[in-house]
Ligand binder design. Sequence first.
Ligand code: GDP
Length: 485
Amino acid sequence: SVVTVGELAEAIGVSAVEVIKSLIRRGIMASINQQIDYETAAAVAAEFGVETEERVPEVIQQASAAIEHQLREGAGDPEAQPRPPVVTIMGHVDHGKTKLLDAIRETNVAEGEAGGITQHIGAYQVEVQGRKITFLDTPGHEAFTAMRARGAQVTDIAVLVVAADDGVMPQTKEAISHAKAANVPIIVAINKIDLPSANPMRVKQQLAEVGVVPEEFGGDVPVVEISAKQRLGIEDLLEMILLVADLMELKANPNRPAIGVIIEAKVDQTRGPVATALIQSGTLQLRDVVVVGGTWGRIRAMFDDRGRRVRRAGPSTPVEILGLLEVPEAGDLLQVVDDEKTARDLAEERARQRRAETFSEMRVVKLDELHAGIEAGETRELRIVLKADVQGSLEAIQNALAKLNEETESVGITVVHSGTGAISESDIMLAATTGAIVIGFNVRPDVAARRAADASGVDVRYYNVIYHLLDDIRAALSGLLTPET
Ligand code: GDP
């Protein structure tokens, strides 16, 4: 729920000025009509000795409860039926993710499914041994991460592509971390085995070293050797996916109103907002009224991944939908509701909440006030935007900060962005939105940056000796930094 600064002041019986001052102490510059989120409001109220209890609007309460119930108890639902696995392909750049997605899709088309030209809608389904598999066809882990950031988990299985001639690379490791963090099982596809320089055994050893232990080494990770280019091993990979899926016993109830996640969305010149939804549970039908993130609509038309018009879409099916009033974001939840009024209320409330949250997250942090925040238990992280004159000093500072980070227990130090060159306006904006301070080493802000810093109140500090910089941060963490005047 959301309140304005004025409403909050009235509710806790202090003047709006007092509330605004309290917000400024938290790094939030607000006017009397600004909406703030519940968490922020509760913290301000607590400062004035007022306890609060969140009152979630009823529409939101009911909608959230329905979603939670359906997704959590989906598998235990007596009407639940097996559903196709949803697979994401991840891996280092150039290791063959796109080629593999194409190979899988084309292998399947060659098998002779009638009608339709493949359309890029963000996901597609193939049929193997009479069973379906859904692939998200945004290669890489942007989609995966963006959706997880919004709390949506759509992937059941991750296929990790590793080129046999190149081995485990930085983005391979990143992909592994993402999959593990999301608790998604990994199948490794060692690609490009057609190359003379291919060395699958070395790849498996490297994988074992980073904790992805192949079955052949006694681990639990299936490995399939493929050539996306020459279409070798593709069937083996698909069968392996089905095998892993079987162990997971993926189920959902198709006989109820749909819940899904948006995986792509855009505005089409002639068709208006177009979004691809991946249905997670239930069945989406033509004419259904849906709420999607902060917008809503009535399903006017639906298309499958071959561009064919469809009237319904069940669990694990991707469909392109028309009829939304605005363009949603990837990761937004789609939910069917009873009528347009509920949809409108729900969408409005969600949109309000989102605006308030975004605003409350924009906080300005002052290094010399850091310790007060730590003591109050509000600060657990010091974020830094770091600019330096040359790469060498940048690396030296980053290493020193990393070391300092290990020494300090109470607060984590995070460099949200680093680079060489003058401090720019975009550095200041980034700091303002992420609640970071800006550190310039042997660099100065340009004119626009200086203006932005003044306007936003972002704390910008300049150094030309590394240990002075570290001393200040250490002092700030322990509350010994004397305020700059
Ligand atoms: P992505 O960045 O992971 O999506 O990689 P791509 O699918 O774009 O592939 C990168 C390059 O590797 C392209 O030039 C592909 O033609 C090539 N490639 C992909 N798979 C294979 C393969 O199995 N064998 C060989 N020799 N080349 C491949």
